[in-house]
Write a protein that binds this ligand. Structure first.
Ligand code: NAP
Length: 308
């Protein structure tokens, strides 16, 4: 249990990563302050019910970030991105501005430890995709801060595999990997547990950049696991050349997978020391991912992500 009373401010607390982080921190006994756009939204009231303090604000409103940051020990920083399509209407420039503003205000406010969530696509070279290169800019800024900072680079979320357009409703699964290419995935729930481990030991993790994944799967694993979970055959194929020709965003992601920029290099041994309960895709499908999987089996829909 942490022995101080200052809270950790969690951005995106009504979303996947922030929600997972808020929940894991509360379980570890941290006071959690959740930055939310509406205190009346269902996900916000659910956070309050489990013990989080709500702070209403907007990433575009610097004053609201400043007031939320007053008196906090730590900050979990995550931003929406253009990769999420029209969902939040965020440009790559917005994402960079949000991420660097949070970082600067954290320093101004005397925050002790900032954890920034990036992506495993980020590396030494640009990717050529706006919503990854935006994260490289934020990372570069975070690394210059005069406070303890840690950066996580999550792999593709298991939850992401359930989005419409991958074909599960048609008894198939179309994805990025070649048959010879294993790919790392992360269960969103594990992100929270890893972030809680970072906040628990700032001295050890100060300045660290940690790729996060909870399992690695091959094409064969995907076919077997999805077939078993669905109780009917699910066959794998890579996106067809027609699909890729019609969708430059998907084509570029596929190129990055080809180049090994999105397949992941997480160190499972190290991650298990931080979170001994890393979730396999098999467990995810039969546990916390079951509902999303069942919805995906019945949900027709086209791929609709990427900048609009
Ligand atoms: N999907 C993947 O496989 C993957 C892998 C690695 C990294 N990522 C990155 O993860 C990030 C998204 O994280 P996520 O999946 O946790 O997001 P998410 O579930 O879509 O949640 C987004 C959160 O941001 C909040 N938000 C949106 N606009 C806001 C604003 N203007 N002011 C304040 N809060 C705002 C939302 O609040 P409301 O509830 O009010 O809408 C929500 O809490 C993106 O940068 C993406 O590129 C994704």
């Amino acid at each position: 249990m942490p022995n101080h009373k200052q809270p950790i401010l969690v951005f995106g607390a009504t979303g996947q990563q922030g929600g997972s982080v808020a929940s894991a921190l509360l379980k570890e006994g941290w006071p959690v302050r959740a930055f939310v756009r509406s205190v009346h939204a269902l996900k916000s009231t659910a956070l309050r019910e489990v013990g989080a303090e709500l702070m209403q604000g907007n990433l575009a409103d610097v004053c609201s970030i400043r007031s939320a940051m007053r008196g906090v020990h730590g900050v979990f920083s995550v931003q929406p991105s253009s990769g999420q399509g029209a969902l939040y209407g965020v440009s790559d420039e917005d994402e960079v501005r949000f991420g660097t503003t949070i970082a600067d205000i954290a320093v101004e406010s005397g925050v002790r430890h900032l954890v920034y969530s990036s992506s495993n696509a980020v590396g030494d070279e640009p990717t050529g995709m706006g919503h990854f290169d935006s994260k490289a800019c934020i990372e570069a800024h975070v690394r210059t801060l005069p406070i303890a900072t840690s950066i996580i680079r999550p792999a593709a979320f298991m939850e992401m595999l359930m989005m419409p357009g991958f074909g599960l409703d048609k008894g198939c699964f179309n994805f990025f990997m070649r048959p010879d290419q294993p790919m790392q995935l992360v269960a969103v729930e594990d992100i929270g547990r890893i972030v809680a481990a970072l906040f628990a030991d700032p001295l050890r993790f100060e300045g660290s950049i940690i790729e996060i994944a909870s399992d690695v799967v091959t094409v064969q694993d995907l076919e077997e696991l999805l077939t078993q979970a669905a109780g009917k055959p699910i066959s794998y194929s890579r996106f067809s050349s027609e699909v890729l020709a019609a969708n430059p965003f998907l084509a570029k992601l596929t190129d990055l997978v080809d180049e090994g920029r999105l397949t992941g290099y997480a160190n499972f041994e190290e991650l298990r020391r931080m979170n001994p309960r890393l979730m396999s895709f098999r467990c995810w499908l039969s546990g916390c991912g079951r509902e999303a999987f069942e919805v995906a089996l019945g949900a027709a829909g086209a791929w609709r992500y990427g900048p609009t």
